[in-house]
Design a protein around this ligand. Structure first.
Ligand code: NDP
Ligand code: 2IT
Length: 451
């Protein structure tokens, strides 16, 4: 039995993560946030030190990088870099989205893949952790350029994935259009129809109903659970949602259905604001149909305000804030501003949108805080339901999937609350999510032996 103190052990592993993964700030941040929660688990289970649980968790099974050459509309050859991290498959095939954004690098992919391990464990479903993507920028590209890029990307990725191996899905810059092109190329290369190799497909060829809505709806179901514990609900609440992509749009839709008023949303060029409430159909038309910029909203609603600084959205006064765009979009000063303006609850639709300092501000001020691993797990949870439907060659109704999603989000909330309580941080959902996720994966690792 190791005589090393849990706290010393955790510090030592963290130092080695920083040393072995130099210049990967986002990955360090995700590991630090997780490590800050787990000391009591290692105190109560000293065998975890002996078993090298942490050392094994922070080292991906493999990180694949590859070249993605493609031909643009002018006939010029372009080359991007593709990634897939297969982080941990203890409890199921690697599972996690693909992100196409110019900021993508190994640090971003590893932070996302690391978080995905515990998020997926929290859902209670049999899915391991993975993530991938490319530094390709879809903005301004034609449909044919997107198609050619996706085909080239899949030509290489197809060597590493499969319905029981690794199952990618969407993330920033990857939606149903991209998944369709990726699936077509995979099908052609394999010469067989493996529906379960990707999720987020069109329902016309094996996609699950309600997958498109799942992350945003799930985040709002999670908010509801948090509010219930303070005898509150969403009726009449003023809500800010950052971003205006897949997660944001369906978070807004569900919040409106529950009687909330969406006063602001954004994209990377700025935010729009209307204290009387934004019109979601117009936002959908701009973003989903025209793939335009958010300030186009003012063409229809000239009295709404546009500010060309997207992160200034947090200076607005609101009851609930849902960061649904990207990592580190909400920092300490934004958190202080939100608290000053009386915010009641935050739930992270995006992955790691709040900095560590921002989270501390929320906790210190007794603001309800739903961390990404728990609050946005509805997307991957419905992806797992899509895999189940594909395996059984059945498709469930929208209502059936939506009901399962609601039950899963309530279960996740309860798992977090119980783990936080059991490990002496009652009400702290960050601690609860990290510990509940860790326990499921660690127990699986121990039961399966050192492999
Ligand atoms: P989309 O591509 O559909 O939308 C992304 C939105 O965020 C856009 O409004 C985009 O603005 C904005 N955005 C992206 N990057 C930046 C940036 N660097 N700075 C400012 N704004 C930015 O992506 P999703 O809605 O799918 O994903 C949003 C977040 O949710 C991500 O953190 C993702 O990891 C997370 N997530 C997604 C899930 C899913 O199922 N799709 C599941 C769980 C989490 P612009 O168009 O101007 O770039
Ligand atoms: O961050 C995430 O959980 C996702 N982008 C969704 C992953 C998935 O496999 O559905």
């Amino acid at each position: 039995m190791s005589s090393e103190l849990a706290s010393d052990h955790i510090k030592k592993v963290y130092q080695s993560v920083k040393k072995r993964n130099p210049n990967e700030d986002e990955f360090h941040q995700a590991v630090e946030e997780f490590f800050n929660s787990i000391e009591p688990v290692f105190e109560q289970n000293p065998s975890y030190i002996e078993q090298g649980i942490l050392e094994r968790l922070v080292e991906p099974d493999r990180l694949i990088t590859f070249s993605v050459p493609w031909v643009d509309d002018n006939g010029k050859v372009q080359v991007n870099r593709g990634f897939r991290v297969q982080f941990n498959s203890t409890i199921g095939p690697y599972k996690g989205g693909l992100r196409f954004h110019p900021s993508v690098n190994s640090s971003i992919i590893k932070f996302l893949g690391f978080e995905q391990i515990f998020k997926n464990a929290l859902t209670g479903q049999p899915i391991g952790g993975g993530k991938g993507g490319s530094d390709f920028d879809p903005k301004g590209k034609s449909d044919l350029e997107i198609m050619r890029f996706c085909q080239s990307f899949m030509s290489e990725l197809s060597k590493y994935i499969g319905p029981d191996i690794d199952v990618p899905a969407g993330d920033i810059g990857v939606g149903a259009r991209e998944i369709g092109y990726l699936f077509g190329q995979y099908r052609k290369m394999r010469g067989s129809f493996h529906a379960g190799v990707l999720t987020g497909k069109s329902p016309d060829f094996g996609g699950s109903l309600a997958r498109k809505e799942a992350t945003g709806y799930g985040t709002v179901y999670f908010v509801n659970e948090m509010l219930k514990d303070r005898n509150l609900d969403l009726t009449g609440k003023k809500v800010i949602v950052s971003g205006s992509g897949n997660v944001s749009i369906y978070a807004m839709e569900k919040a409106i259905e529950y009687g909330a008023i969406i006063i602001a949303c954004s994209d990377s060029s700025g935010y729009i604001y209307d204290p009387n409430g934004l019109d979601l159909n117009t936002i959908k038309e701009i973003k989903e149909v025209k793939r335009g910029r958010i300030h186009a909203y003012l063409e229809k609603y000239p009295n709404a305000k546009f500010e060309a600084e997207s992160t200034a959205i947090w200076s607005l006064s609101c009851d609930i804030a849902l960061p649904c765009a990207t990592q580190n979009e909400l920092d300490e000063s934004a958190a202080k501003q939100l608290v000053k303006n009386g915010v009641v609850a935050i739930a992270e639709g995006a992955n790691m949108p709040s900095t560590l300092d921002a989270i501390k501000v929320f906790h210190d001020n007794n603001v309800l805080f739903g961390p990404a691993k728990a609050a946005n797990a509805g997307g991957v949870a419905v992806s797992a339901l899509e895999m189940a439907q594909n395996s059984s060659r059945l498709s469930w109704s929208f209502e059936e999937v939506d009901q399962k999603l609601q039950d899963i989000m309530a279960d996740i909330y309860n798992r977090c609350i119980e783990a936080a309580e059991q490990y002496n941080s009652p009400g702290n959902l960050v601690v609860g999510a990290n510990i509940a996720g860790l326990l499921r994966v660690a127990e699986g690792m121990i039961t399966q032996g050192v492999i």
